[in-house]
Design a protein around this ligand. Structure first.
Ligand code: GDP
Length: 424
């Protein structure tokens, strides 16, 4: 059985916690897209971890963690991350890296930073992890695939060609130091040394695992609204965040993905620029940010304060629809226990008309939130295990949202730990 765990919104919905939790029953966990630009925060019996590249299932000794072909593989970051968890007592994880994954090179990270600098106030708010230059190069067919590390002749020719092309930009657009082909070759050899023991035809490995009936989790990064096609383009990420892409980024048939667990947070947060209709500001936002997540809503990679907002039914319904949600995991609900009333965005007013369908970006910029206020429950719901034991107003909040989005909320997360979960 293959399940995908993906985000319905702007990311940071708590996918890491849900994956870590579901990984207990899984054999294999696969990252299928994205890179080290976003983080998952996981709290378990080993402590609190911020993972960027490793799948969130690495904490069990019975799981295999796969870096799929769709990932932007930052080799040194991957190995630093493995070391950092092993140093804290986690058993040495079993890792396989796709021979078809491509690698983030140091020039991708440099160019990412130079471009943000060049754009100044008009920047995209990139984390400067090289993701956009990496995926641009992949699709321009000038990326470095892991399999190529084992072909010296090819690499020696390719580093010259790549340096020649990148140096035009570096010299004339950015006015920065140039790439030396021999240094690029050395960088690749360093990566080869690190990655060699783990390289595998992971699509074949997964094909066999599916045939054997293994439990496989595909772990998405970010959420629907950051998808390059279906998100808030151009304020999106550079690889597809949708469960459908899990098939491609892992190399398995689309019909094998039987469950799409779509994670929705009980309020909204976003990082980076772009339209965010239910956004709140000032003290109201500061209070929610301070109480949010586990220890506040600040980026797991950058430490940047996240933008905050009320739950957005329009965006979440859309987010679940594009993911093809079979189950919704509704997270971080415990955080809302301090509010007398909880506003929920139920529609967008655009040019005098109210819609419940999420529009394309140019209309989104004009949308104003239509808010409905639901009564709060004013207590701490952590520790509750049964749905019926939740306060009535809390159940009403869940059921109202479920009705608006039209997808079944089958899990409610009421704390950051593995066991803080209520199944419905
Ligand atoms: P991801 O990128 O989707 O994995 O999300 P992040 O890890 O960036 O953000 C989720 C944050 O919320 C983390 O700090 C989690 O520990 C925390 N978290 C997850 N689920 C819950 C929950 O139900 N309640 C609380 N209070 N925190 C949660």
């Amino acid at each position: 059985m293959v399940k995908a765990v993906v985000g319905a919104n702007w990311g940071d919905e708590g996918k890491g916690k849900i994956t870590d939790m579901l990984a207990r029953e899984a054999d294999i966990i696969v990252r299928f897209q994205g890179g080290a630009n976003a983080g998952h925060t996981i709290i378990n019996n080993y402590g609190k971890f911020a993972l960027h590249t490793l799948p969130s299932g690495v904490f069990y000794d019975h799981t295999t963690s796969i870096i799929g072909n769709g990932v932007a593989l930052d080799v040194p970051v991957l190995f630093k991350e493995v070391q950092s968890i092993v140093d804290r007592g986690v058993p040495q994880p079993k890792i396989l890296v796709s021979d078809r994954a491509q690698m983030v090179m140091s020039y991708h990270k440099n160019i990412d930073a130079y471009e943000e600098e060049r754009l100044g106030g008009k920047s995209f708010g990139s984390t400067k992890s090289g993701i956009a230059p990496f995926y641009s190069d992949k699709f321009a067919k000038i990326g470095f695939q892991v399999s190529e590390l084992f072909d010296d002749a090819l690499l020696k020719e390719k580093v010259v060609r790549i340096a020649e092309q990148k140096n035009v930009l570096l010299e004339h657009l950015y006015h920065k130091p140039l790439i030396k082909p021999e240094e690029l070759f050395e960088e690749l050899m360093e990566y080869k040394k690190m990655v060699e023991p783990f390289v595998c035809d992971t699509a074949l490995y997964l094909h066999n695992a599916v045939k054997e009936g293994k439990n496989i989790l595909l772990e998405g990064q970010l959420g629907t609204l950051k998808d390059p096609d279906h998100g808030i383009y151009p304020m999106v990420t550079s690889s597809s965040t949708l469960a459908g892409y899990g098939a491609i980024g892992a190399g398995i048939p689309p019909y094998e993905i039987q469950k799409v667990i779509t994670v929705c947070k009980a309020y909204s947060s976003a990082v980076g620029a772009g339209a965010f209709v239910s956004e709140i500001f000032g003290e109201e936002a500061d209070e929610l940010r301070k109480r949010g997540g586990d220890g506040g809503e600040f980026g797991a990679t950058t430490g940047r304060p996240r933008r905050m907002g009320w739950f957005d039914c329009v965006a979440s319904k859309y987010g679940c629809r594009l993911q093809g949600a079979t189950d919704v995991a509704f997270t971080v609900l415990d955080v809302l226990g301090y509010l007398d009333e909880i506003p929920v965005c139920t529609g967008y007013e655009i040019g005098g008309e109210v819609t419940k369908e999420f529009p394309a970006t140019h209309l989104l910029e004009k949308a104003k939130p239509v808010l409905k206020r639901l009564p709060g429950w004013k207590c701490d719901i952590r520790g509750i295990k049964n749905y019926e034991e939740l306060p009535e107003n809390c159940r009403n909040y869940i059921e109202f949202i479920e009705g608006e989005i039209g997808y079944p909320i089958t899990m409610v997360s009421n704390g950051p730990g593995r066991e803080d979960i209520i199944y419905r």
